[in-house]
Design a protein around this ligand. Structure first.
Ligand SMILES: Cc1cc2nc3c(=O)[nH]c(=O)nc-3n(C[C@H](O)[C@H](O)[C@H](O)COP(=O)(O)OP(=O)(O)OC[C@H]3O[C@@H](n4cnc5c(N)ncnc54)[C@H](O)[C@@H]3O)c2cc1C
Length: 329
Protein backbone atom coordinates (compact mmCIF):
# COMPACT_ATOMS: atom_id res chain seq x y z
CA UNK A 1 0.00 0.00 0.00
CA UNK A 2 1.37 3.44 -0.89
CA UNK A 3 2.10 5.72 2.05
CA UNK A 4 -0.33 8.62 2.29
CA UNK A 5 -1.05 11.57 4.51
CA UNK A 6 0.85 13.30 7.27
CA UNK A 7 1.44 12.36 10.89
CA UNK A 8 2.44 15.02 13.39
CA UNK A 9 4.22 13.73 16.49
CA UNK A 10 2.77 16.00 19.17
CA UNK A 11 4.73 17.49 21.99
CA UNK A 12 2.93 17.92 25.27
CA UNK A 13 4.43 19.99 28.05
CA UNK A 14 2.74 20.60 31.38
CA UNK A 15 -0.47 19.01 30.08
CA UNK A 16 -0.62 21.39 27.12
CA UNK A 17 0.14 20.92 23.43
CA UNK A 18 3.27 22.86 22.48
CA UNK A 19 2.89 25.72 19.98
CA UNK A 20 5.28 24.01 17.52
CA UNK A 21 2.83 21.07 17.28
CA UNK A 22 0.05 23.46 16.27
CA UNK A 23 2.43 24.98 13.71
CA UNK A 24 3.21 21.49 12.34
CA UNK A 25 -0.52 20.77 12.03
CA UNK A 26 -1.01 23.97 10.01
CA UNK A 27 1.86 22.99 7.71
CA UNK A 28 0.39 19.50 7.37
CA UNK A 29 -2.89 21.07 6.24
CA UNK A 30 -1.10 23.07 3.59
CA UNK A 31 0.68 19.98 2.23
CA UNK A 32 -2.20 17.53 2.56
CA UNK A 33 -3.94 18.26 -0.78
CA UNK A 34 -0.76 17.25 -2.63
CA UNK A 35 0.14 14.29 -0.42
CA UNK A 36 -3.33 12.77 -0.13
CA UNK A 37 -4.53 10.94 2.98
CA UNK A 38 -5.36 12.86 6.12
CA UNK A 39 -3.71 14.87 8.85
CA UNK A 40 -3.21 12.84 12.01
CA UNK A 41 -1.45 13.49 15.28
CA UNK A 42 0.32 11.10 17.59
CA UNK A 43 0.10 11.97 21.28
CA UNK A 44 2.22 9.97 23.69
CA UNK A 45 1.97 9.87 27.47
CA UNK A 46 -0.84 11.35 29.49
CA UNK A 47 -3.25 12.16 26.68
CA UNK A 48 -6.09 14.10 28.29
CA UNK A 49 -9.33 15.12 26.58
CA UNK A 50 -8.00 18.70 26.51
CA UNK A 51 -4.88 17.57 24.63
CA UNK A 52 -6.91 15.61 22.07
CA UNK A 53 -9.30 18.56 21.67
CA UNK A 54 -6.44 20.97 21.17
CA UNK A 55 -4.94 18.76 18.44
CA UNK A 56 -8.29 18.39 16.67
CA UNK A 57 -9.19 22.08 16.91
CA UNK A 58 -5.82 22.91 15.30
CA UNK A 59 -6.24 20.58 12.36
CA UNK A 60 -5.83 16.89 13.21
CA UNK A 61 -8.71 14.78 11.95
CA UNK A 62 -7.38 11.76 13.80
CA UNK A 63 -5.45 11.47 17.04
CA UNK A 64 -3.52 8.32 17.86
CA UNK A 65 -3.31 8.34 21.66
CA UNK A 66 -0.72 6.11 23.27
CA UNK A 67 -0.69 5.84 27.06
CA UNK A 68 1.38 3.17 28.74
CA UNK A 69 3.50 2.94 31.88
CA UNK A 70 6.84 4.65 31.43
CA UNK A 71 5.63 7.04 28.75
CA UNK A 72 4.62 10.00 30.92
CA UNK A 73 8.05 11.60 30.49
CA UNK A 74 10.17 11.48 27.35
CA UNK A 75 12.08 8.23 27.12
CA UNK A 76 14.14 7.99 23.89
CA UNK A 77 14.17 4.21 23.60
CA UNK A 78 10.50 3.79 24.50
CA UNK A 79 9.20 6.70 22.39
CA UNK A 80 11.07 5.48 19.32
CA UNK A 81 9.26 2.16 19.63
CA UNK A 82 5.91 3.95 19.92
CA UNK A 83 6.64 6.11 16.88
CA UNK A 84 7.71 3.04 14.87
CA UNK A 85 4.56 1.11 15.73
CA UNK A 86 2.17 3.99 15.09
CA UNK A 87 3.84 4.82 11.78
CA UNK A 88 3.53 1.17 10.75
CA UNK A 89 -0.19 1.45 11.50
CA UNK A 90 -0.89 4.90 10.04
CA UNK A 91 1.40 4.49 7.00
CA UNK A 92 1.99 8.24 6.42
CA UNK A 93 4.09 9.70 3.63
CA UNK A 94 5.40 12.49 5.85
CA UNK A 95 6.03 12.67 9.60
CA UNK A 96 6.52 16.06 11.24
CA UNK A 97 8.10 16.87 14.60
CA UNK A 98 9.28 20.09 16.19
CA UNK A 99 12.96 21.03 16.16
CA UNK A 100 12.96 20.88 19.95
CA UNK A 101 15.05 18.96 22.47
CA UNK A 102 12.74 15.96 21.99
CA UNK A 103 12.35 16.31 18.22
CA UNK A 104 16.09 16.62 17.69
CA UNK A 105 16.63 13.39 19.58
CA UNK A 106 13.64 11.35 18.47
CA UNK A 107 13.51 12.14 14.74
CA UNK A 108 16.94 10.73 13.73
CA UNK A 109 16.46 7.63 15.88
CA UNK A 110 13.04 6.92 14.37
CA UNK A 111 14.20 7.68 10.81
CA UNK A 112 17.08 5.25 11.21
CA UNK A 113 14.83 2.42 12.40
CA UNK A 114 12.18 3.14 9.77
CA UNK A 115 14.70 3.61 6.92
CA UNK A 116 13.06 6.97 6.24
CA UNK A 117 14.72 10.07 4.82
CA UNK A 118 14.99 12.98 7.24
CA UNK A 119 15.53 16.73 7.10
CA UNK A 120 16.06 18.60 10.36
CA UNK A 121 15.30 22.21 11.29
CA UNK A 122 13.16 22.95 8.23
CA UNK A 123 11.89 26.45 7.61
CA UNK A 124 9.90 25.47 4.53
CA UNK A 125 8.39 22.29 3.13
CA UNK A 126 6.66 21.74 -0.17
CA UNK A 127 5.72 19.05 -2.65
CA UNK A 128 7.29 19.05 -6.12
CA UNK A 129 5.89 16.30 -8.33
CA UNK A 130 6.56 13.05 -6.51
CA UNK A 131 9.09 14.57 -4.13
CA UNK A 132 8.90 16.33 -0.80
CA UNK A 133 11.09 19.41 -0.86
CA UNK A 134 12.57 20.67 2.41
CA UNK A 135 14.43 23.93 3.00
CA UNK A 136 16.74 24.40 5.97
CA UNK A 137 19.30 27.00 6.99
CA UNK A 138 22.94 25.87 6.75
CA UNK A 139 26.37 27.37 7.48
CA UNK A 140 25.10 29.06 10.62
CA UNK A 141 22.13 30.58 8.82
CA UNK A 142 24.20 32.16 6.05
CA UNK A 143 22.66 29.98 3.34
CA UNK A 144 19.67 27.76 2.79
CA UNK A 145 19.87 24.23 1.47
CA UNK A 146 17.02 22.56 -0.36
CA UNK A 147 16.62 18.79 -0.18
CA UNK A 148 14.24 16.59 -2.13
CA UNK A 149 13.04 13.17 -1.09
CA UNK A 150 10.98 10.76 -3.14
CA UNK A 151 11.27 8.07 -0.45
CA UNK A 152 8.14 6.24 0.65
CA UNK A 153 8.50 7.83 4.09
CA UNK A 154 10.04 11.20 4.80
CA UNK A 155 10.47 12.73 8.24
CA UNK A 156 11.12 16.38 9.05
CA UNK A 157 11.58 18.52 12.11
CA UNK A 158 10.36 22.09 11.79
CA UNK A 159 11.87 25.17 13.35
CA UNK A 160 9.58 26.70 15.99
CA UNK A 161 7.76 29.80 14.72
CA UNK A 162 8.83 29.19 11.11
CA UNK A 163 5.20 28.35 10.28
CA UNK A 164 2.03 29.94 11.55
CA UNK A 165 -0.50 27.87 13.47
CA UNK A 166 -4.14 27.98 12.38
CA UNK A 167 -6.60 29.57 14.79
CA UNK A 168 -8.34 26.97 16.95
CA UNK A 169 -11.62 25.75 15.47
CA UNK A 170 -13.63 24.39 18.37
CA UNK A 171 -16.27 23.06 15.98
CA UNK A 172 -13.76 20.77 14.22
CA UNK A 173 -14.40 17.04 14.41
CA UNK A 174 -11.83 14.34 14.78
CA UNK A 175 -11.47 10.76 15.90
CA UNK A 176 -9.38 9.73 18.89
CA UNK A 177 -8.01 6.20 18.63
CA UNK A 178 -6.38 4.66 21.69
CA UNK A 179 -3.48 2.58 20.36
CA UNK A 180 -1.90 -0.10 22.47
CA UNK A 181 1.78 -0.61 21.84
CA UNK A 182 4.29 -3.17 22.98
CA UNK A 183 7.39 -1.70 24.55
CA UNK A 184 10.35 -4.05 24.60
CA UNK A 185 11.87 -3.01 27.93
CA UNK A 186 15.17 -4.73 27.09
CA UNK A 187 15.67 -2.00 24.47
CA UNK A 188 15.01 0.80 26.94
CA UNK A 189 18.59 1.58 27.90
CA UNK A 190 18.10 5.14 29.10
CA UNK A 191 15.80 5.81 32.04
CA UNK A 192 14.68 9.15 33.43
CA UNK A 193 15.38 9.06 37.16
CA UNK A 194 14.35 12.58 38.06
CA UNK A 195 13.04 15.67 36.35
CA UNK A 196 14.14 19.04 37.67
CA UNK A 197 12.24 22.04 36.44
CA UNK A 198 14.43 24.93 35.43
CA UNK A 199 13.68 27.93 37.63
CA UNK A 200 12.65 30.10 34.75
CA UNK A 201 11.85 33.66 35.63
CA UNK A 202 9.33 35.29 33.35
CA UNK A 203 8.86 34.28 29.75
CA UNK A 204 10.59 31.38 28.03
CA UNK A 205 13.26 32.64 25.64
CA UNK A 206 11.72 30.72 22.72
CA UNK A 207 8.25 32.18 23.31
CA UNK A 208 9.19 35.79 24.06
CA UNK A 209 8.09 38.44 21.53
CA UNK A 210 11.11 40.53 22.55
CA UNK A 211 14.56 39.12 23.34
CA UNK A 212 17.39 41.22 24.73
CA UNK A 213 20.71 39.40 24.52
CA UNK A 214 24.00 40.40 26.06
CA UNK A 215 27.51 39.61 24.85
CA UNK A 216 31.06 39.52 26.13
CA UNK A 217 31.30 43.29 25.70
CA UNK A 218 29.14 43.65 28.83
CA UNK A 219 32.26 42.72 30.77
CA UNK A 220 30.71 40.50 33.46
CA UNK A 221 27.49 39.06 34.88
CA UNK A 222 26.34 42.20 36.73
CA UNK A 223 25.10 44.22 33.69
CA UNK A 224 22.55 41.47 32.98
CA UNK A 225 20.42 43.04 35.73
CA UNK A 226 20.05 46.02 33.39
CA UNK A 227 19.03 43.75 30.53
CA UNK A 228 16.43 42.12 32.81
CA UNK A 229 15.11 45.58 33.66
CA UNK A 230 14.61 46.44 29.99
CA UNK A 231 13.11 43.00 29.30
CA UNK A 232 10.56 43.62 32.03
CA UNK A 233 9.52 46.95 30.53
CA UNK A 234 9.21 45.48 27.02
CA UNK A 235 7.60 42.20 28.10
CA UNK A 236 10.54 40.16 26.88
CA UNK A 237 13.21 37.69 27.95
CA UNK A 238 16.97 37.86 28.29
CA UNK A 239 19.38 35.81 26.18
CA UNK A 240 23.15 35.66 25.84
CA UNK A 241 25.98 34.83 23.48
CA UNK A 242 28.04 31.70 23.93
CA UNK A 243 31.02 33.71 25.15
CA UNK A 244 28.85 34.86 28.04
CA UNK A 245 27.56 31.37 28.88
CA UNK A 246 31.02 29.83 28.56
CA UNK A 247 32.27 32.42 31.04
CA UNK A 248 29.50 31.39 33.45
CA UNK A 249 27.92 34.86 33.47
CA UNK A 250 24.58 33.37 32.41
CA UNK A 251 23.21 29.80 32.41
CA UNK A 252 23.65 27.76 29.23
CA UNK A 253 19.85 27.68 28.87
CA UNK A 254 20.04 31.36 27.87
CA UNK A 255 22.48 30.80 25.01
CA UNK A 256 21.22 31.88 21.60
CA UNK A 257 22.85 30.46 18.51
CA UNK A 258 23.95 27.44 16.55
CA UNK A 259 24.67 25.41 19.67
CA UNK A 260 22.07 27.24 21.77
CA UNK A 261 18.45 28.23 21.34
CA UNK A 262 16.81 29.45 18.17
CA UNK A 263 14.61 32.46 18.77
CA UNK A 264 12.30 34.25 16.36
CA UNK A 265 10.93 37.25 18.28
CA UNK A 266 9.44 40.39 16.79
CA UNK A 267 12.34 42.33 18.25
CA UNK A 268 15.87 41.11 19.06
CA UNK A 269 18.17 43.57 20.81
CA UNK A 270 21.85 42.55 20.73
CA UNK A 271 23.87 44.42 23.34
CA UNK A 272 27.68 44.22 23.01
CA UNK A 273 27.51 41.16 20.78
CA UNK A 274 29.81 40.98 17.75
CA UNK A 275 27.36 39.11 15.49
CA UNK A 276 29.38 35.95 14.78
CA UNK A 277 27.62 33.68 12.29
CA UNK A 278 27.15 31.03 15.00
CA UNK A 279 25.28 33.55 17.13
CA UNK A 280 23.20 34.85 14.22
CA UNK A 281 22.15 31.26 13.41
CA UNK A 282 19.96 31.45 16.49
CA UNK A 283 18.39 34.87 15.96
CA UNK A 284 18.43 35.69 12.24
CA UNK A 285 14.74 34.70 12.06
CA UNK A 286 13.84 37.68 14.29
CA UNK A 287 11.58 40.20 12.56
CA UNK A 288 13.74 43.15 13.67
CA UNK A 289 17.30 43.13 14.99
CA UNK A 290 18.63 46.15 16.86
CA UNK A 291 22.31 46.33 17.83
CA UNK A 292 24.18 48.35 20.41
CA UNK A 293 27.92 48.08 19.88
CA UNK A 294 30.84 50.44 20.31
CA UNK A 295 32.64 49.14 17.21
CA UNK A 296 31.11 50.65 14.07
CA UNK A 297 32.69 47.88 11.96
CA UNK A 298 31.20 45.08 14.04
CA UNK A 299 29.44 42.54 11.82
CA UNK A 300 26.28 42.73 13.95
CA UNK A 301 25.45 45.99 12.15
CA UNK A 302 25.25 44.14 8.81
CA UNK A 303 22.52 41.96 10.26
CA UNK A 304 20.60 44.71 12.05
CA UNK A 305 17.70 46.84 11.00
CA UNK A 306 18.66 49.55 13.48
CA UNK A 307 21.94 50.08 15.23
CA UNK A 308 23.53 52.42 17.74
CA UNK A 309 27.31 52.85 17.68
CA UNK A 310 28.24 53.52 21.26
CA UNK A 311 29.17 52.07 24.61
CA UNK A 312 26.31 50.12 26.17
CA UNK A 313 27.04 51.85 29.49
CA UNK A 314 25.73 55.08 27.96
CA UNK A 315 23.21 53.85 25.41
CA UNK A 316 21.37 51.21 27.43
CA UNK A 317 20.29 53.34 30.43
CA UNK A 318 19.04 56.11 28.13
CA UNK A 319 17.21 53.61 25.93
CA UNK A 320 15.68 51.89 28.98
CA UNK A 321 14.50 55.22 30.39
CA UNK A 322 12.89 56.15 27.08
CA UNK A 323 11.13 52.76 26.87
CA UNK A 324 9.92 53.16 30.45
CA UNK A 325 8.47 56.55 29.62
CA UNK A 326 6.83 55.39 26.40
CA UNK A 327 5.37 52.26 28.00
CA UNK A 328 4.33 54.14 31.12
CA UNK A 329 6.06 51.37 33.06
C1 LIG B 1 30.98 25.31 16.61
C2 LIG B 1 30.71 26.66 17.24
C3 LIG B 1 29.45 26.89 17.75
C4 LIG B 1 29.16 28.13 18.33
N1 LIG B 1 27.90 28.35 18.81
C5 LIG B 1 27.59 29.58 19.29
C6 LIG B 1 26.27 29.87 19.75
O1 LIG B 1 25.38 29.02 19.78
N2 LIG B 1 26.02 31.12 20.18
C7 LIG B 1 26.97 32.12 20.20
O2 LIG B 1 26.66 33.23 20.63
N3 LIG B 1 28.22 31.84 19.80
C8 LIG B 1 28.56 30.61 19.35
N4 LIG B 1 29.85 30.36 18.98
C9 LIG B 1 30.89 31.38 19.28
C10 LIG B 1 30.93 32.52 18.28
O3 LIG B 1 31.77 32.17 17.21
C11 LIG B 1 31.48 33.78 18.96
O4 LIG B 1 32.74 33.50 19.51
C12 LIG B 1 30.58 34.33 20.06
O5 LIG B 1 29.26 34.49 19.58
C13 LIG B 1 31.13 35.70 20.50
O6 LIG B 1 30.35 36.20 21.53
P1 LIG B 1 30.22 37.76 21.74
O7 LIG B 1 29.69 38.42 20.52
O8 LIG B 1 29.48 37.95 23.03
O9 LIG B 1 31.72 38.19 22.05
P2 LIG B 1 32.78 38.97 21.18
O10 LIG B 1 32.95 38.37 19.85
O11 LIG B 1 33.98 39.11 22.05
O12 LIG B 1 32.12 40.40 20.95
C14 LIG B 1 31.95 41.36 21.94
C15 LIG B 1 31.39 42.60 21.29
O13 LIG B 1 31.14 43.56 22.28
C16 LIG B 1 31.47 44.84 21.78
N5 LIG B 1 31.76 45.70 22.93
C17 LIG B 1 32.80 45.63 23.79
N6 LIG B 1 32.68 46.55 24.77
C18 LIG B 1 31.54 47.24 24.49
C19 LIG B 1 30.86 48.32 25.13
N7 LIG B 1 31.33 48.88 26.25
N8 LIG B 1 29.70 48.76 24.58
C20 LIG B 1 29.22 48.21 23.43
N9 LIG B 1 29.82 47.19 22.78
C21 LIG B 1 30.95 46.71 23.31
C22 LIG B 1 32.69 44.60 20.91
O14 LIG B 1 32.84 45.63 19.95
C23 LIG B 1 32.34 43.25 20.28
O15 LIG B 1 31.67 43.43 19.05
C24 LIG B 1 30.16 29.13 18.41
C25 LIG B 1 31.42 28.88 17.87
C26 LIG B 1 31.69 27.66 17.30
C27 LIG B 1 33.06 27.41 16.72
Amino acid sequence: MTNQGILVVAEIAGGKVSPVTHEALALAHKLQPKLGGGVAALAIGAVSDAVAKSLISHGATKVYAVSAPGLAAYSPDAYVQVVQQVIAKANPRLVLLGQTDIGRDLAPKAAFHLKATLTMDCVDLGVEGAAIRATKPVYGGNAQAIYESAAALHMATIRPKAFEAMPANDAAHGVVEQVSVTIDQSKVKVKTLEMKKEQAQGLRLEDAPVVISGGRGLGGPEPFVKLEELAKILGGAVGASRAVCDAGWQPVAKQVGLTGKTVTPDLYIAVAISGASQHMAGCSGAKNIVAINKDKDSSIFKESRFGVVGAWEEVLPAFTEMCRELRGA
